[in-house]
Unconditional design. Structure first.
Ligand code: HEM
Length: 498
């Protein structure tokens, strides 16, 4: 096998490599293209930040991503657009069946969204990041002379700095996959052990993924690419690779009902503050300070580089969910080894699992191996914080919106975000549970074959199973879209499309 070429960080937008945590101010501009030529003039000189590590950390950053409709408005032809993935092409709210699978029904339905969905779909998102006090100036600096002619502003989404917490008061952004930038990972087809090191091709187009294959991506005939900035697509001679060093960006505005959350916990806990906190922690699957509810694993986990004391664990030691409930948010979001209870470390147990024999097969069948479904999260909070004590007061009229601008990156929207959201978060059959969906994200709407999805169950060692019924909806979708975050030379190509 030939050694893969080293990654050109100068051609990758920085968000793939950095969360820009030191740039505590951020704002996301949702734009529609008014004049494509003016957009191209703006794009040709826009100071888009790349993924090179600088000697001195930057004070500001700029990222740009397009929806399919936006690429079309820019002049990309249908045959090139057809090279993008079907779900990007259709859009997040493109059809009812997708909305149903994502849980975007009832109060989450796109018809109620503030942006995204029919008639309110952005063409692009311009993402601005800056150190404290610098955002306003940065916004002014990136506009340049063509901005006003180029865009209509659909919305400007501000963010807030909650110092590493999300609005329910939990440490956020703790567990992230480690990207194999050096492309050293040898992918084993039947690899079952949980590891945190994930193939580069899972997060960036143009590289080998967890199947040892290239994810489909858009290409342009070489003779139409006057910039000649991109090398030929490895697996398609005569074409230039428009996808190389780009990725898909999933954006969902998720509003959190902090009062509703803490008032429900309080009622369930008969107002005992410790019980209330513990119950909320069981919903999330971690302590508020980020500590896992299960014991750390003695065996090091491959690729755990981000805070090992918080991420060095699997659910092997807690197969019955008595420490971390089977349906807790982090367990649904990344079941680690829940799908392989008892770790199939010998040939016969692996074979038994593969053939679907043995105990727990129902639970196993509804969950697939986690390494194909990892998400790189890059979201930001918005809205003012609300502490638990204030949240316990009755709803104040005119309460302002607060929540997460959920952003995740991945080379395959369907296998990563959509799978996690529909098969794990929204599924009422996850891990053998029935009648419940994600305790945080669930829309509590009945689904075919399961009239109730609003429960949450807890199993404590040597205690009766506790079944909490009629959870209210704590999180509501307020907007969303699928974007393509191109590589830098692909952006320059887009600036020249005729
Ligand atoms: C307002 C909405 C949400 C809230 C309040 C929330 C909260 C949290 C918290 C507190 C954690 C644990 C800390 C961490 O590892 O970062 C977490 C982890 C995670 N969440 Fe969410 N989340 C939300 C939405 C989502 C959505 C929509 C998805 C995907 C569809 C998601 C996927 C994940 C993943 C993959 C993890 C890491 C799991 C692990 O590897 O242990 N979250 N979330």
């Amino acid at each position: 096998m030939t050694k893969p070429a080293p990654v050109d960080f100068a051609d990758i937008q920085g968000l793939v490599r950095f969360g820009y945590g030191a740039l505590t101010e951020a704002s996301f501009l949702l734009l529609r293209i008014r004049d494509a030529s003016a957009v191209q003039l703006w794009l040709a000189s826009a100071p888009v930040s790349n993924a090179v590590v600088m000697a001195q950390a930057p004070d500001t950053a700029l990222q740009v991503a397009f929806t399919c409709e936006g690429l079309r408005a820019l002049g990309l032809k249908e045959d090139v657009l057809a090279g993008f993935s079907a779900e990007f092409y259709a859009g997040m709210s493109g059809d009812e069946s997708r909305s149903r699978r994502l849980g975007d029904v009832g109060a989450n339905s796109p018809q109620y969204w503030a942006w995204g969905g029919q008639n309110k779909n952005p063409h692009l998102v311009v993402m601005l990041y800056a150190r404290e006090q610098l955002l306003e100036g940065w916004l002014h600096a990136i506009r340049g002379p063509h901005w006003d002619d180029a865009f209509d502003v659909l919305d400007c989404l501000p963010t807030s700095n909650l110092f590493g917490l999300e609005h329910f008061g939990f440490a956020d952004g703790i567990s992230q996959p480690t990207i194999d930038w050096k492309q050293q990972r040898q992918v084993e087809a039947d690899e079952l052990a949980y590891g945190n090191l994930v193939a580069l091709g899972e997060f960036l187009l143009g590289y080998s993924n967890e199947y040892g294959k290239y994810t489909d991506r858009p290409r342009v005939p070489a003779d139409s690419d006057t910039t000649s900035a991109r090398p030929s697509a490895d697996d398609k001679p005569g074409f230039h690779d428009l996808g190389l060093n780009g990725t898909y960006l999933v954006f969902r505005q998720l509003e959190q009902d902090v009062r509703g959350f803490w008032q429900f916990m309080d009622q369930q806990a008969s107002s005992d503050p410790d019980v209330r906190r513990e119950l909320a922690e069981a919903f999330v699957g971690r302590r508020q300070n980020g500590q896992p509810l299960v014991e750390l694993s003695e065996k090091p986990i491959d690729g755990v580089t981000n805070d090992a004391t918080l991420n060095q664990f699997t659910f092997d030691s807690d197969a019955d969910g008595s420490r971390c409930p089977l349906g807790a948010h982090i367990r649904r979001a990344n079941p680690r080894t829940t799908d392989l209870p008892g770790a199939h470390d010998n040939f016969f147990s692996k074979l038994q699992h593969t053939l679907g024999l043995g105990e727990n097969t129902f639970g196993e069948d509804v969950i697939a191996s986690t390494r194909f479904h990892r998400l790189l999260r890059r979201g930001r909070e918005y809205g003012p914080p609300l502490g638990v004590q204030d949240a316990l007061q009755q709803t104040q009229s005119g309460d302002v919106g607060r929540g997460i601008h959920f952003i995740s990156l991945g080379a395959n929207i369907s296998r990563q975000f959509e799978f996690v959201q529909s098969a794990w978060m929204m599924s009422s059959k996850f891990a053998g549970l029935t009648g419940e969906s994600d305790p945080l994200l669930g829309n509590r709407e009945p689904i075919p074959g399961c009239p109730v999805t609003s429960a949450f169950s807890l199993t404590k060692k040597n205690a009766a199973k506790r079944h909490i019924a009629a959870l209210p909806q704590f999180i509501t979708v307020r907007g969303g879209a699928y974007f393509f975050l191109p590589g830098i030379s692909a952006l320059r190509f887009l600036a020249g499309v005729r």
